[in-house]
Design a binder for this molecule. Sequence first.
Ligand code: GSH
Length: 190
Amino acid sequence: LALFEELGIDYDLHLLDLETGTQREPAYLAVNPMGKVPVIMHDGVLVSEQPAVMMYLADLYAAKGLAPAIGDPLRGSYLRWMVFYGSCFEPAVMDRSADREPLPQRQCGYGDYDSVIGLLAEQLNHGPYLLGERFTAADVLYGCALRWTLRWGLVPDLPVLREYAERITARPAIRRADARDEAFLAQRAA
Ligand SMILES: N[C@@H](CCC(=O)N[C@@H](CS)C(=O)NCC(=O)O)C(=O)O
């Protein structure tokens, strides 16, 4: 939703009530067999997994400048950090949330939690954005993710992480997405 707002995309939103389990009903499993959100449907093609959704949309709306293009020196870092989210950040945070014994570093795809968070914090020290001076779709991904992981104590409350999450989520587009979320919640409560 935040990226839709950043890109100024026209979209139809289909809300699922995760509390009542509509994401595990056959109608939704036919869309995404993983029963997970968010997903997008574009030209009849399903794209799931947040980093893939974001890379897809940022490339589709390339004129908005949120994806360094092929040939741009930032392209490699951009892809690296997008994939790092799904292959390192998300599983590390999930393992931390489950409070389970970590795998030996050599057997674990992301190494260990401290390395993942330490590398991310070190990268953000060269901000203001993840890739330095340029704001990209990767910031929408990490800014929003750090907001909820900080809130739930799943990442350490380091100034570099907190200030970055605040900087990104204070953007007008992300505030618009938040306002839509809040309106949906209020509607649901009513
Ligand atoms: N790897 C997925 C994670 C998606 C995910 O965890 N979604 C949660 C909501 S934030 C979900 O759909 N939970 C509902 C459920 O599994 O029942 C991605 O990157 O999109």
